[in-house]
Each structure stands twice: as structure tokens, then as C-alpha cells.
Design a protein around this ligand. Structure first.
Ligand SMILES: Cc1ncc(C[n+]2csc(CCOP(=O)(O)OP(=O)(O)O)c2C)c(N)n1
Ligand SMILES: [Mg+2]
Length: 540
């Protein structure tokens, strides 16, 4: 039986949102969207507010990434929506099912110059899977429901709706649309079999698994496929932790050796972008496994590219009935390289240097973080070090900004993570430059009792830009920040707490105090500005 719903546009939207399992809204106040607040308020539906709309969208994205369900941000007309565009774009690059509901100036006098009147659609259309203006209250449940289904259908991504003032304020009624989860995309069995044969027959295969493996709930299938075909696995993005670090096929540090020596590189659930040298692995054949045909790379000719539900494809790999080449020597070779790199890293993570080197911070964090802790990276070099030295123990615990590389995710992601996991450690790793984008939202975290720990790698510079600019030009401009700035005092002023650490030996106790504090707490670590993250291409 279909359920009849009635009320103002906010009530009608909320009914459809709840039917899809949306459980909270992130927003920054604006009169154009009051009916959505009114509906939430009367229904006891959680509403979290922020100090900049980008944080609302990033918070919604964190919910979407961590919980694999839709995240919701509600933004007021005009500047509210434009401030959310970087967040929407990040969600688009990350395939995160985020819904942004925008207010919109009234339709009946469109063009007369109402406050905050602008057409959002041309701005957001290129960075969403669907963008639509809903002109009547009666149509809101249909539009919300259809948008959420689109967001959740692989390849996932953000969607946008805006409601003209008179549509969202007026009363209407509609049938509550039935929610049907997207049907799995059936891959072409021949393409899957071809890929499985290539991997099984390879002498030195490597798997690189990314975010869609986690988003597509294919972590178990990945493990089964890797174990069945005996292939070493590297991960990136939300794929990190898909195999526990102690798993015999889990690798992290021998990537260069692996990609240099591999004869078949299998990239699963992540694009062949700059993070993977654009899919160019020398003489190795490439198998690209994607969750939808749209994700096949146009710039690479893979030997096989099965597209569809990742659980189905990886399940078929696991069930591969044909012969397998013996990969034992290859795995052993990589294990030797991995162990050697680990030993080098362990030394760096224990370094007693003065000033503190970022590696040491991560050495201390590895001791302080529980296996289910959520770590969030927002910054340049400091976050590159995090990626190198921290090994997520479980999938769904690592939030980096993804290939769009947008600074400023920190406090929004932290809010979404805290709301998602009220009982876990949430740790934001922030460059001092990155801190400038969102630190004011500590106020939102304090006020709404959402404690998180923020560790700032404070080198006094935009490190990832300063070092390359010096290398390229012999000088640098626009790359300095105030050295030794007390970001911890900023957090204190906003109602949280913090401290500055200058000596390596003080790091551990400071992190202990931070995680015990129960408030947003910033550990401001003064690090060595000369410490540049080594990378082949430094442009970012
Ligand atoms: C919104 C945005 N603006 C600018 C950049 C370019 N950018 C990439 S890394 C970086 C430097 C980051 O500095 P910081 O957060 O202090 O980290 P560090 O590299 O010093 O460790 C900049 C400016 C970006 N990625 N995103
Ligand atoms: Mg810096």
C-alpha cells in the first residue's frame, strides 16, 4: 500500500529522505530553507549546523563515505549553494552519494532581482549526477526519491535539487515513493572470464583496490579473489584497510617495486588517474575493474575491463576454475621489499630529531590510535606522510580528500565522522595551511558536543607548494605562513582545548590528553620546515 503524505515542502522532502535512510541534515541557516528545518525540528530529526557551507557538504560526504548511505546537506539560496560547490565537486570525484538541497529565490518573480536570486543548475550540473529545480511541493517527494536513487546507483555520486521559495513553503500532498535499492549491474561474463584468466596466468600480478571496493561492499569479495588467485594487494582511498595489514597478501610500501616488476596490474574500483601514473605501468598489461561502464578510462587500452557490480566480478574471480601460475616467488620478493621499507620507516617514526619531523608524529599516533579509529587527512606534505606511515587496520576508517585534492575538508569530515561513529576516536591530521579553511568550525563541534582530536603539522609554510616552487624557480612567493602560530589557542578561544608540542618526547603524552579530553582538542606540533615529502611530481 502506498503511503499518502502531506505537509509543507519541508515535510514532504523529509518523508522521502527518511524512507531512503537519511538520518541527519548538515546545514548553515538561511530563510529560503526554513521549511526543511521546521520539518526536522518537529520530527526530532537531527540537524547539525556549521560556520561555512563547505563544511556542511564535507560532513554529508563523510557520512556517505563512511556509512555507505546518502549524506544530506541543506544550503540556502545563492551564496549558500556557491559555497558548497567545492564540496559537491569533491563528492563527484569521490563517487560519494551526497544530496544537496538548495533554497532558491521565488519562481513567480524570477528575473526581478530577488535576494540571492541565481540559477544554481548551470554551476552544479557538471559536478553532479543529476541537478533539478522542483517547482511544486507535490513534486518534492518524487524528486527527492529519484535523486537519492541516482546518487546510490553505481557509479555513485552527488545530486542536487533546489526548491523555489513558494514551492518549499506551500502545502501539498503526494504518495510516498517506494524505495527500491539499485539493481546490481551484471558484468559481461566473457570480459570477467578474460580478466580472471589474465590474472591467474600472470607471473607477477598486482592488485590495486580503491574506494569503490568499500563503497560497493565488496571488501570480502576482494579478499576471496586475492586469496583464490594468490595476488598481492595494494590499496588507496577508502580501499585502505580492506585487507588487514597482517594479511599475507596485504602490501603497502613495496608499491614501486611491485609496479615496476608486475606483468599484470589489476586496478579495481579506482580510476587510472595521476595517483596510478595514468594507467601506464610500462610493459605490464592492465586489467581495469570498474563498477559501471562509464568508469572505463578513455586514455588507456586495458587488456580487460569488466564493468559492473564489484561483488559479482570479484566473486567470479574467486571462483575462477582454470589453472593458476605459481606466484609464490613474486609474493616473497615483494614481502622482502615491504619488510625492508617497513624497517626504514620504523627508524624514521622513532626519530628523536629537534625540530620534530612529521614521521615521528605518525610513530606516536600509531600507538595512540585504536584499530577502529577514523583518521582524516587535510593538508599537503603532512598528509602525504600520513598516507605513508599510518596503516588503517580496517576498511572504512581512512578519509582523504580523494583525487580532487581539495584542502578544507577537515572539520566537515570530522563532524560527519563523529556523527557516524559517536564512540570511536576521530583524528584529523591537518597542515597548518589547511587549518585556515575550516578551523572556525571547531566552534560548531564544541557547541554541538562533537569531540575530535586535531593534530596540526605546523611547519609554518604551505609546504607542498613552497618546496616545489623553490626547486623550480630558486625562490618562492605566497608560500609562507606565520611560523609557530598557536592554532591550539584558536581552538581554546572557540571553546575547545589544546597545546603546542615542540619536543618529540612530549608528543605521546599530549595525544593521550587529547583523546581523553572529551572536547575538540588541537595538538599543535611544531615541525621542521626543511622536511619536504619526497615525490617525483611535485605539482599539486
Ligand atoms: C582549496 C585548495 N587550495 C589550494 C590547493 C593547493 N595546495 C595543495 S597542497 C597545499 C599546501 C598545503 O599546506 P599545509 O596544509 O600547510 O600542508 P604542508 O604541505 O605544509 O604539510 C596547497 C596550497 C589545494 N589543493 N586546495
Ligand atoms: Mg604547512
Amino acid at each position: 500500500m502506498t503511503e499518502r503524505i502531506e505537509g509543507h515542502g519541508g515535510d514532504l522532502a523529509l518523508a522521502a529522505l527518511r524512507a531512503h535512510g537519511v538520518r541527519e541534515m548538515f546545514t548553515l541557516s538561511g530563510g529560503h530553507v526554513f521549511p526543511l528545518y521546521d520539518a526536522a525540528h518537529r520530527a526530532g530529526f537531527p540537524l547539525y549546523d556549521v560556520r561555512h557551507e563547505q563544511s556542511a557538504v564535507f560532513a554529508a560526504e563523510a557520512v556517505a563515505k563512511l556509512q555507505r548511505r546518502p549524506g544530506l546537506a541543506v544550503l540556502t539560496a545563492g551564496p549558500g549553494v556557491t559555497n558548497g560547490v567545492s564540496g559537491l565537486t569533491s563528492a563527484f570525484f569521490n563517487a560519494s552519494p551526497v544530496l544537496v538541497l538548495g533554497g532558491r529565490a521565488p519562481q513567480f518573480r524570477w528575473g526581478s532581482g530577488s535576494l540571492q536570486e541565481m540559477d544554481h543548475l548551470p554551476l552544479v550540473a557538471p559536478v553532479t549526477k543529476h541537478a533539478e529545480t522542483v517547482f511544486s511541493a507535490d513534486d518534492i517527494p518524487r524528486a527527492v526519491s529519484a535523486a537519492l536513487t541516482t546518487a546510490l546507483t553505481p557509479h555513485r555520486g552527488p545530486v542536487f535539487l533546489d526548491f523555489p521559495l513558494e514551492a518549499v513553503f506551500s502545502v501539498g500532498d503526494a504518495d510516498l515513493p517506494a524505495v527500491t535499492p539499485p539493481a546490481p549491474i551484471e558484468p559481461d561474463p566473457d570480459e570477467v572470464a578474460k580478466a580472471a584468466r589474465l590474472i591467474a596466468g600472470a607471473s607477477r600480478p598486482v592488485v590495486i583496490a580503491g574506494s569503490d571496493v568499500y563503497a560497493g561492499d565488496a571488501v570480502e569479495a576482494l579478499r576471496a579473489a586475492a586469496e583464490s588467485l594468490r595476488v598481492p594487494v595494494f590499496t588507496n582511498g577508502m580501499g585502505r584497510g580492506a585487507l588487514p595489514p597482517e594479511h599475507p597478501l596485504a602490501f603497502a610500501k613495496a608499491r614501486r617495486v611491485a609496479l615496476k616488476g608486475a606483468d599484470v596490474v589489476v586496478v579495481i574500483g579506482t580510476p587510472l588517474d595521476f595517483r596510478l601514473s595514468f594507467g601506464d605501468f610500462g610493459d605490464a598489461q592492465v586489467v581495469h575493474v570498474v563498477d559501471a561502464p562509464s568508469q572505463r578510462a578513455a586514455h588507456v587500452q586495458p587488456a580487460a575491463a569488466p564493468a559492473g557490480d564489484l561483488r559479482l566480478i570479484l566473486g567470479a574471480f574467486a571462483d575462477h576454475a582454470g589453472d593458476r601460475a605459481d606466484h609464490a616467488d613474486w609474493i616473497a620478493e615483494l614481502r622482502t621489499a615491504e619488510d625492508a621499507a617497513k624497517a626504514r620507516d620504523a627508524e624514521e617514526m622513532a626519530a628523536e630529531s629537534d625540530p620534530i619531523r612529521p614521521a615521528r608524529i605518525y610513530g606516536e599516533l600509531r600507538r595512540a590510535l585504536a584499530p577502529d579509529a577514523i583518521t582524516i587527512g587535510d593538508g599537503g606534505d603532512f598528509v602525504s606522510y600520513a598516507g605513508r606511515y599510518l596503516e588503517p587496520a580496517q576498511p572504512g576508517t581512512w578519509l582523504d580528500p580523494g583525487p580532487y585534492g581539495c584542502l578544507g575538508t577537515g572539520m566537515g569530515y570530522a563532524m560527519g565522522a563523529r556523527v557516524s561513529h559517536p564512540d570511536r576516536q576521530i583524528c584529523v591530521l591537518m597542515g597548518d595551511g589547511a587549518a585556515g579553511f575550516s578551523l572556525m568550525d571547531v566552534e560548531s563541534l564544541v557547541r554541538q558536543k562533537l569531540p575530535v582530536v586535531i593534530v596540526v603539522g605546523n611547519n609554518g609554510i604551505w609546504g607542498l607548494e613552497k618546496h616545489p616552487m623553490r626547486a623550480m624557480y630558486g625562490y618562492d612567493v605566497a608560500a609562507d605562513l606565520q611560523p609557530g602560530l598557536r592554532y591550539d589557542k584558536v581552538v581554546e578561544a572557540l571553546g575547545g582545548a589544546g597545546e603546542t608540542v615542540e619536543k618529540a618526547a612530549d608528543l605521546g603524552p599530549a595525544l593521550g590528553r587529547a583523546f581523553d579530553s572529551g572536547v575538540p582538542y588541537l595538538v599543535n606540533v611544531l615541525t621542521d620546515p626543511a622536511d619536504a615529502y619526497p615525490r617525483s611530481s611535485n605539482l599539486a
